[in-house]
Design a protein around this ligand. Structure first.
Ligand code: GDP
Length: 433
């Protein structure tokens, strides 16, 4: 999905525009226990285009002088978005702060669309021409308050979206990405993987700032590493953009078969790790928990088990994810990584035969009686796999409301025991028959 940022001085109407575009569809969901999210972006749509809208005012800088705030906003927008909407106040003309922002945006070579807000009636359009002076082409008169002119503005914005790669992902290639908080060793792990193997290609145009795709051939398998860690520290703005880098991670996750969630054995598990892992879990991708920097830990026969217990306790919803301990730096245990990725990917796209699935379900029903609600008992008729990536099952029942969370969980575990879905979430839907 493309990313659009709205920048502009305080009170120019950014949040009105933001709310108009997003409507009720704020995409922040918190239905996984232990997962929290920052509200810094939202999903929006115009015609058939869906995009992520980022709120560059999401970082509280109210103590800073206006120009500092504006510069920071512009830099975040440049770093994180595909198209920038530069919003101005049509009743005040171009101010010094606007000119400052224009200068920064101009140098970035990102597409910028000028919205001149608070043009609530046609007479006010007369002054629109002065906004051509900013050098970003046609300024669009809009009224956020009355919802006027937004259509033309958005047509232009959408027109700038980069073409999605029409190169269909190769079915035999495993796409994986690495996520984790800064300094867990994402870049080091990518380098470590690449140093020991032949790199075939290393390119991607257009969206290079999001990720670098690198092909890797290892253990008779083609992989593509979707590397978002290439975006390195860029001075002052780094801390702010780090917050927005969530978007980059989400885009990489979307394109992945398997996501490596990196933890740092040296510093241990942090709150931020849980948040990051939550994104991968919600996206329904294959997941491997990688405990990096294992060289820093004095190991005895118990250390690995102890660390594993900690991880299991903190990431209960990732109980299906295997844990790999390694050191990107010394390459200790590096050989265990690609086999784990392969297994997770195979399981992520695994299809099971319907007859065997139903045998498993019937055995499960015999083992553990179905729950009842108000005297009515859940009846399970049959089950079928409806999708892969992740494997998804529909279980036909007399009444879906009777399918408790705990019984669904029980069926999931039986299915996992029978077919081995290590490394991938699976989904179970109850439907009325
Ligand atoms: P990123 O921000 O997640 O990409 O992390 P980097 O790859 O830049 O690594 C951050 C720091 O951790 C660097 O100083 C690395 O040298 C160090 N580092 C990475 N992997 C390991 C490891 O396996 N063992 C040790 N001891 N240090 C590591």
């Amino acid at each position: 999905k493309s990313v659009v940022a709205v920048v502009g001085r305080p009170n120019v109407g950014k949040s009105t525009i933001f709310n108009r575009l997003v409507g009720e569809r704020i995409s922040i969901v918190e239905d996984t226990p232990g997962v929290t999210r920052d509200r810094i972006y939202a999903e929006a749509e115009w015609l058939t285009a869906e995009f992520n809208l980022i709120d560059t005012g999401g970082i509280d800088m109210s103590d800073e002088p206006l120009l500092v705030q504006m510069r920071q906003q512009a830099e975040v927008a440049i770093a994180e978005s595909d198209v920038i909407i530069f919003l101005l106040n049509g009743r005040e003309g171009i101010t010094a702060a606007d000119e400052e922002v224009a200068k920064i945006l101009y140098k970035s070579n990102k597409p910028v669309v000028i919205g001149v807000n608070k043009i609530d009636n046609p007479e006010m359009r007369e002054h629109i021409y002065e906004y051509y002076a900013l050098g970003f082409g046609e300024p669009y008169p809009i009224s956020g308050a009355h919802g006027l002119g937004l259509g033309d503005l958005l047509d232009t914005v959408v027109g700038y979206f980069p073409e999605m790669s029409d190169e269909a992902p190769d079915e035999d290639t495993i796409y994986f990405s690495l996520i984790g908080r800064p300094n867990v060793g994402k870049s080091s792990l990518v380098n470590s993987l690449l140093n020991e193997e032949r790199v075939i290609v290393s390119e991607q145009e257009g969206t290079t700032r999001d990720a670098i795709d690198t092909h890797l051939h290892k253990d008779d398998q083609e992989f593509v590493i979707i590397d978002t860690a290439g975006m390195r520290k860029r001075g002052k703005v780094y801390e702010a953009t780090e917050k927005y880098s969530v978007l980059r991670a989400l885009k990489a996750i979307e394109r992945s078969d398997v996501v490596l969630v990196l933890l740092d054995a040296e510093t241990g598990i942090r709150e931020q790790d849980k948040k990051i892992a939550g994104y991968a879990h919600e996206a329904g991708r294959g997941i491997i928990i990688v405990v990096n920097k294992w060289d820093t830990v004095e190991t005895n026969e118990k250390t690995m088990k102890e660390f594993e217990d900690k991880v299991r306790k903190q990431f209960q919803y990732l109980d299906y994810a295997p844990i790999v301990f390694l050191s990107a730096k010394t390459k200790k245990r590096m050989h265990t990584l690609t086999p784990a990725i392969k297994t997770a990917s195979e399981n992520h796209s695994k299809r099971v035969p319907t007859n065997v699935l139903n045998d498993v379900i019937m055995d499960a029903l015999a083992m553990n009686p179905t729950p009842t609600l108000k005297g009515k008992r859940l009846k399970v008729l049959y089950a079928t796999q409806v999708a892969v990536k992740p494997p998804s099952f529909v279980v036909f029942v007399n009444d879906p409301d009777l399918m408790h969370f705990s019984y669904r969980r029980f069926l999931e575990n039986r299915i996992r025991d029978a077919f081995g879905f290590t490394g991938t979430p699976i989904k179970i839907f109850a439907r009325k028959r």
